[in-house]
Design a protein around this ligand. Structure first.
Ligand code: G3H
Ligand code: ZN
Length: 287
């Protein structure tokens, strides 16, 4: 069965490694990531954005699909199905649809409202055994061709959200969704260190996990990061492998246009990348 993420992230925090939260888009992504986790003997989180939830015909469809694929493949490692960057209503809908973990991202509200809504979601989720992630500060990202740097989290605010009983906390520390620009200053380890000091062993979450150099990943883990979100990296891998297959004309050979053949190189590339990242994050052989 799918599990809440609380235990796996507590273990990761204590064991000084991080669990990857990989975003899914469809059956191929789900299958590839689950097979990678099983092969690497690693715990894993499957992230679902609200947009991806709509794309997959709703959170109930996602839950049913993930549960069935999980059971069909005989997956034995711990797997959490997690809402990524959820709204207040989205978080409640996912809990009702059978997700085992949710992120309520109230970082765009003023802090008092973020606190209030986070508190409500934590109560609602914990009454049902579901883990919760909240966010303080902002993660940068590209919008209309312009990359914003995000808002570095205030450690005092992190302390207050931690005191609500949240299970793990995402904080803006100079991380960015999507590709990192050439002039990126790197992660803000001073702030991460301060957040770690005031959050009393709480597992911390690093968003924008695609394209961060290995030494910065290692340092972030040493300062309490126990969950790393990865989305763009797998999209790039899938696109490159699919493009290679098509440009080599493989889709014209035999029945290479069969979708099961056409999508296979991309799925294999996702699986290989996930295993590589689990190795880098230290979660390999921790299941
Ligand atoms: O919430 C999702 C992640 O933070 C993914 O970021 O696309 O830069 O890997 P990424
Ligand atoms: Zn994110």
């Amino acid at each position: 069965a799918l599990v809440s993420a609380t235990e796996m992230l507590k273990k990761a925090r204590a064991g000084h490694y991080a669990v990857g939260a990989f975003n899914i888009n469809n059956m191929e992504w789900t299958k590839a990531i689950l097979l990678a986790a099983e092969e690497a003997k690693s715990p894993v989180m499957l992230g679902v954005s609200e947009g991806a939830g709509k794309y997959m015909c709703g959170f109930k469809t996602v839950t049913a699909m993930v549960k069935e694929i999980h059971d069909y493949l005989g997956i034995t490692v711990p797997v959490a199905l997690h809402l990524d960057h959820g709204s207040y209503d989205g978080a409640k809908a996912c809990i009702e649809a059978g997700f085992t973990s949710v992120m309520f991202d109230g970082s765009h509200y003023d802090f008092e409202e973020n606190m209030e809504k986070s508190k409500e979601i934590i109560e609602f989720a914990h009454a049902r055994g579901i883990s919760v992630e909240c966010e303080v500060g902002g993660i940068g990202g590209e919008e209309d061709g312009v990359t914003s740097m995000g808002e570095v989290a205030d450690p005092n605010e992190c302390e207050k959200i931690a005191a609500l009983g949240v299970d793990f906390l995402a904080a803006g520390i100079g991380n960015i969704h999507g590709k990192y620009p050439a002039n990126w200053a790197g992660l803000n380890f001073d702030v991460l260190g301060k957040i770690q000091e005031v959050t009393n062993g709480l597992p911390l979450v690093l968003h924008g996990g695609s394209g961060i150099p290995a030494d910065q990943i290692a340092k972030a883990i040493s300062l309490g990061v126990s969950k790393i979100n990865v989305n763009t990296e797998l999209q790039l891998e899938f696109a490159a492998a699919t493009r290679k297959y098509i440009e080599a004309g493989k889709d014209n050979e035999g029945k290479g246009y069969d979708p099961r053949k056409l999508l296979a190189p991309g799925a294999e590339a996702i699986k290989a990348k996930v295993i590589a990242m689990m190795t880098e994050f230290g979660s390999k052989d921790k299941a």
